[in-house]
Ligand binder design. Structure first.
Ligand code: NDP
Length: 322
């Protein structure tokens, strides 16, 4: 079968479209014929080596497809089930052998492509807004990179929970998308200092929570935009990692909370994975959560997909089609 193999970390060129053996499902595994694989920023970090991984590997950790075989002891899925998953390596491929306990059966009305687009970024937006800081009516939150993959979903879920949402984006076109996703106000942080904009838009009320996936260029300023006892949720670093940090800053800025969460710990058990995925997929099915699948690349063009993601040229979801 064809897959995207990485033998050495580096620039997008290290993503090689190669012939590799088709996997056979072992005990507890299901073989999934992949219809679409999701591209996520974590794939970039694993490609560059920012997040260490053992090489060689088949990149990608999100997909939707159909179960074509199961190994011994599998009870969660059957051959023919349409499924999706996140957080299992090897998704940039035609087939993947996936632990069955990590698979979620897709409901009728949600396609395998939508499954691939919803799992990782959708469950991330879900845990951020419902569990890390459970938003409620009366809260005001800031969503950085609001037109990005997680960003567009987070804006919508924050609105479903009744919060006021401010978003940051780099261009006017992205601002329009963030507004369509429900953002009440959008700040063009590449043009205007967002700290000044926050003062203008919220007065002294500021934010109960900031969802920051941008990191290096936004983190420090964000700390002075939180209300007393507000929460900084640093969940990514698309502009680069945040440097060393003095916890005293949290006290000075109003007894703030800081967390650096990751999806793995919010879908650690099968029960939590299934409950979270089912709610996200049900919102998709009902049309409450709109997926923006704007960029589809053939699997062979994975390197170009990475280039565009890193150059801030994408909005919403990027998929690879085997
Ligand atoms: P996005 O679609 O959000 O793409 C990244 C966006 O970040 C860009 O479109 C851009 O938006 C913004 N950005 C700001 N500065 C830069 C920069 N210097 N270079 C590149 N982009 C920049 O990606 P994802 O939704 O896939 O992921 C967003 C972040 O969330 C990543 O850091 C990812 O690792 C993290 N993440 C964390 C998870 C967790 O559980 N902790 C799970 C999923 C994702 P703009 O042009 O508007 O500034």
């Amino acid at each position: 079968m064809k897959a995207i193999r990485v033998e050495a970390s580096g620039a997008p060129e290290v993503l090689r479209y190669a012939d590799v053996p088709q996997p056979t499902p072992g005990p507890g595994q299901a073989l999934v014929k992949i219809d679409a694989a999701g591209v996520n920023y974590v794939d970039v970090y694993q490609r560059t080596g920012l997040y260490p991984v053992q090489l060689p590997l088949i990149l990608g950790q999100e997909a939707g497809g159909t179960v074509t075989a199961v190994g011994p002891g599998v009870s969660e899925v059957k051959v023919g089930h349409r499924v999706a998953y996140a957080h299992v390596l090897g998704a940039y491929a035609e087939y993947a052998a996936v632990p069955a306990e990590r698979l979620v059966v897709l409901p009728n009305g949600v396609s395998t492509k939508q499954g691939a687009a919803a799992m990782l970024q959708g469950m991330t937006a879900h845990y951020l807004a419902t569990t890390t800081y459970p938003l409620k009516p009366g809260d005001t939150c800031l969503v950085h990179a609001a037109a990005g993959g997680v960003g567009l979903l987070l804006c919508q879920i924050a609105k479903l929970r009744g919060a006021r949402v401010l978003g940051t984006v780099s261009t006017e076109e992205k601002a329009q998308l963030a507004r369509e996703a429900g953002a009440d106000e959008v700040i063009l942080y590449a043009r205007e200092d967002f700290e000044a904009a926050v003062k203008r838009l919220t007065g002294d009320a500021r934010f109960q929570v900031i969802y920051d996936s941008v990191g290096k260029t936004t983190f420090a300023k964000g700390l002075s935009c939180l209300a007393p006892r507000g929460m900084m949720v640093l969940y990514g670093q698309s502009s680069g990692p945040v440097g060393p940090f003095d916890p005293q800053v949290l006290s000075r800025n109003g007894s703030l909370f800081l967390t650096r969460p990751t999806l793995a710990h919010y879908i650690a058990t099968r029960d939590e994975l299934v409950a979270r995925a089912e709610e996200v997929l049900d919102w998709v099915r009902q049309g409450k959560l709109a997926l923006r699948i704007e960029h589809e690349f053939p699997l062979a063009e994975a390197a170009e997909a990475h280039r565009q993601l890193e150059a801030r040229k994408t909005t919403g979801k990027v998929l690879l089609i085997p």
